[in-house]
Ligand binder design. Structure first.
Ligand SMILES: Nc1ncnc2c1ncn2[C@@H]1O[C@H](COP(=O)(O)OP(=O)(O)OP(=O)(O)O)[C@@H](O)[C@H]1O
Length: 410
């Protein structure tokens, strides 16, 4: 039997490629950092802090830059006796109302054992408790709300907190909000009065380009990967793949980590371009599986219709034809089909998740229509579908068609 054995030939510090690692240096964000520092300057000067709103796609350094700068700010203000700065950070992912966020903040500020319950109070009572806690801490308080869009349209706290001091609800504390979001719609949906305050200073983090990702990867690989354990071109390929897809540093780091793990598991001496390719496929597959989890059964069938058309080499395929295929598949599985409009909504969701791509075709006077195609490899979609659908015969048929189509075209 195989036994556990330590393998440390590829990585010197694998954790440095993981999510919890705090980089010593932030690469390629000088302009954003400079703007961010300007927005935080009033804290150092002892004035009321600005509220700052950061937005940009996932993995573009919003959280990393925020953590880096706030740590630096805490250190730098410690030399001014008249500034007392506290930072409270909260990830709002699972909190979908002002009420829940306020309860969490109160409990962050209270000692263990004195927490309040997450239900049962009127909202204003929780807000009042929060203001009391903040006044107890006093001084300048920066509240970081990551994934703030989860709060949805129940955003009263984002209105009340920045105004609490001028409304006489806070006396000792000067509070600044830092909201972080990767939902571009959230900003526009905010009540204009909330927009005015929360977005006092707005910072946009654009997706990274390949050379920027390459620099981020190089500085991380210095810490994470043993010397001479990376074949020439590996970092370049990880950077290029991530730049082409999402511009996310997280994706580039994930590719490198997975490629390294693969090399290590195979007892190979170096990470090669082939390992990166395997890592890419694995990540793509995970993304499809992840996206699929959020779909209903009808969403799975909408995807199945596109997969089936792809097997016949008939994609991009227009909605009208996809819907016929969807009806055929629902019929053979014995499930009630949805109307075409609802199937269209499912296809749009799949597009948002990066599983499908869509192109708009113009037909002149008769309006435009969309054609859909897979935006992930056929095999990844098939594997993900076979995990969620108990439809072996249909899936086998699609596999067979795809096989025949490739052998015919080969
Ligand atoms: N400029 C950078 N220099 C060094 N590391 C970076 C940089 N940008 C991002 N990273 C790293 O990439 C990963 C993702 O970054 P981060 O969590 O800051 O993204 P984000 O924009 O907050 O994404 P999300 O919206 O999904 O939370 C982290 O491991 C972070 O350390």
């Amino acid at each position: 039997m195989r036994r556990f054995e330590r393998k440390q030939n590829i990585f010197t510090n694998k954790d440095a490629l993981g999510e919890s690692y705090k980089p010593e240096r932030i690469e390629e964000r000088d302009d954003e950092i400079s703007e961010y520092m300007d927005a935080l300057q009033p804290v150092v000067d002892g004035w009321e802090p600005n509220n700052v709103f950061l937005y940009g796609n996932t993995g573009v350094g919003k959280t990393a830059v925020t953590e880096f700068l706030l740590e630096m700010l805490l250190e730098d203000v410690s030399k001014y006796d008249d500034v007392s700065l506290s930072v409270i950070s909260l990830n709002c992912k699972t909190l979908n109302s002002s009420y829940q966020v306020a309860v969490e903040l109160v409990n962050e500020l209270r000692p263990t054992g004195a927490e309040i319950s997450s239900t049962g109070y009127p909202q204003q009572t929780v807000f009042k408790k929060l203001f009391e806690e903040l006044d107890d801490v006093g001084g300048t308080i920066l509240i970081v709300l990551d994934e703030v869009d989860s709060i949805g349209d129940r955003d009263e706290l984002l209105y009340e907190l920045p105004r609490a001091r001028s409304n006489g609800k806070l006396e000792e504390a000067k509070v600044g909000l830092i909201g972080i979001s990767n939902d571009f719609k959230f900003h526009d949906q905010l009540d204009p009065r909330v927009q005015d305050t929360l977005c006092e200073r707005e910072l946009h983090f654009p997706p990274y380009q390949a050379p920027e990702l390459q620099n981020i990867l190089e500085s991380r690989a210095d810490v994470a990967i043993a010397e001479d354990s990376c074949e020439e071109g590996v970092l370049n390929l990880c950077a290029a793949l991530a730049a082409r897809d999402s511009g996310s540093a997280r994706q580039a780091l994930d590719l490198l980590r997975l490629a390294g793990e693969h090399a290590e598991n195979k007892d190979d001496e170096k990470i090669t371009l082939d390992h990166v390719d395997i890592a890419r496929q694995k990540l793509e597959q995970e993304r499809v599986v992840e996206g699929m989890r959020e779909l209903t059964e009808n969403g799975h069938f909408a995807l199945l219709a596109v997969v089936s058309k792809a097997a016949n080499d008939e994609t991009p395929c227009r909605m009208r034809d996809l819907y016929q295929e969807y009806l055929r598949l629902c019929n053979s599985a014995g499930i009630d089909p949805l109307a075409q409009r609802s199937v269209h909504n499912h296809l749009s969701d799949l597009r948002m998740l990066g599983i499908l791509s869509a192109e708009e075709n113009r037909t002149g006077s008769r309006g435009n229509y969309y054609s859909y195609a897979l935006d992930v490899p056929f095999n990844s979609a098939m594997t993900a579908l076979s995990d969620v659908l108990a439809l072996d015969s249909v899936l086998d048929e699609i596999r067979k068609t795809a096989h025949e189509a490739t052998s015919l075209s080969a």
